[in-house]
Design a protein around this ligand. Structure first.
Ligand code: PLP
Length: 360
């Protein structure tokens, strides 16, 4: 049975990449050992790392004004690293909040600096909505403006960029990096935990304007120090080598299918199939205003919560796994990251339709 995995993260990876990793698991590049068993400072590993960065730079069109770091600690590691590195005496960190992860960033930020949180969520006739980006009231004297362009749990995506911010813009793209074309130059720092669109957990990618590396920030653990990591080629300590290798394979694969442009069109097609079905159904409901619905994470609710368990167990039997919504918001959530094929979304919709008819 084909299984489609809708997990929000760690999420499914492209089968092509998984197969290649399997083939070379015990013998990487003819060395007779696994990539996990070689030194991160060995020639083949360093060559892999160099190509990995070059590939990401091509995919996202990252200029030489930016450093690309491959760090530990996932997204939450960056919740601490951002304020620790970007702190400026007397200036608050501005945190734009549109869901659970951006609020989490504020909570962590508060430990290190004064924060100024701006809640941009609003109600639109019973739907979750956000204040248009151009209307965000961003103070001028900030150390940085942090926001989360894709709220993984809430299913809210922000497609505009707050270009009116005068402070450096920091974006947590953990759940939508490489899913659609963006202009990296619109941002000062982009970070993303790997476990959705990049590779296994443990790795976090940070794309940072080189000029920001000059900021002294606060006293910080060396492994969260952007300038030090940049100087050390992201190898101040032993990096998560297997995750790094797999990320390189995912980037290679993305390039081979036509890059982020092609991915974006596939992702839009997938999301449309699912949202269109939900919208015309009386049985399911997505509560997010149409213009800010996530292309990656689609939360939906059954009209009767008491059917949730049956829905999940029957879905699993049909090979559609990990559809349970986040425990904080309940309901269901289909995460349809880059690796999810359109076929998986069609299978989900077909199952949802049958379930609705049987339980109407
Ligand atoms: C948008 C976003 N930010 C941060 C995190 C936290 O990531 P991690 O578990 O890698 O710390 C997540 C996790 O799902 C996320 O979706």
């Amino acid at each position: 049975m084909t299984v489609f995995n809708f997990c929000a993260g760690p999420a499914m990876l492209p089968p092509e990449v998984m197969k290649k990793a399997q083939q070379e698991f015990l013998d990487w590049q003819g060395l007779g050992v696994s990539v996990m068993e070689v030194s991160h400072r060995s020639k083949p590993f360093l060559a892999m790392v160099k190509e990995c960065e070059a590939s990401l730079r091509r995919l996202m069109n990252i200029s030489n004004d930016y450093e690309v770091l491959f760090m530990h600690g996932g997204g939450r590691g960056q919740f601490a690293a951002v304020p620790l590195n970007l702190f400026v005496s007397g200036k608050p960190g501005v945190y734009v909040e549109n869901g659970i992860w951006s609020q989490g960033a504020t909570v962590e930020g508060k430990k290190y600096l004064d924060t100024h949180a701006i809640d941009i969520r609003c109600d639109n006739n019973g739907q979750f909505d956000i204040v248009p980006v151009s209307q965000w009231k961003l103070p001028n004297d900030a150390a940085f403006v942090h926001y989360c362009p894709n709220e993984t749990i809430d299913g809210i995506e922000i497609f505009d960029v707050p270009k009116h911010a005068t402070a450096p813009i920091v974006a947590d793209m953990s759940s939508n990096i490489l899913s659609r074309e963006i202009n990296v130059n619109d941002f000062d720092v982009i970070y993303a935990g790997a476990q959705k669109n990049i590779g296994p957990s443990g790795l976090c990618i940070v794309i940072i304007k080189k000029a920001l590396l000059e900021r002294e920030g606060l006293v910080k653990p060396s492994i969260l120090d952007y300038a030090l990591e940049a100087k050390q080629g992201s190898m101040y300590n032993t990096p998560p080598t297997f995750a790094w290798y797999l990320a390189a394979e995912v980037f290679k694969y993305l390039e081979s299918i036509g890059g982020v442009k092609e991915m974006e069109s596939r992702n839009k097609a997938k999301a449309q199939v699912l949202y269109d079905y939900i919208d015309k159904s009386d049985f399911y409901n997505n509560k997010v205003a149409a213009h800010c619905r996530s292309l990656m994470n689609v939360p939906f609710w059954l009209k009767d919560d008491s059917l949730n368990e049956a829905f999940l167990s029957q879905a699993e039997k049909a090979g559609l796994v990990a559809l349970e919504g986040h425990r904080i918001v309940g309901g269901m959530r289909a995460s349809i990251y880059n690796a999810m094929p359109l076929e998986g979304v069609h299978a989900l919709v077909k199952f949802m339709d049958t379930f609705a008819k049987e339980n109407a």
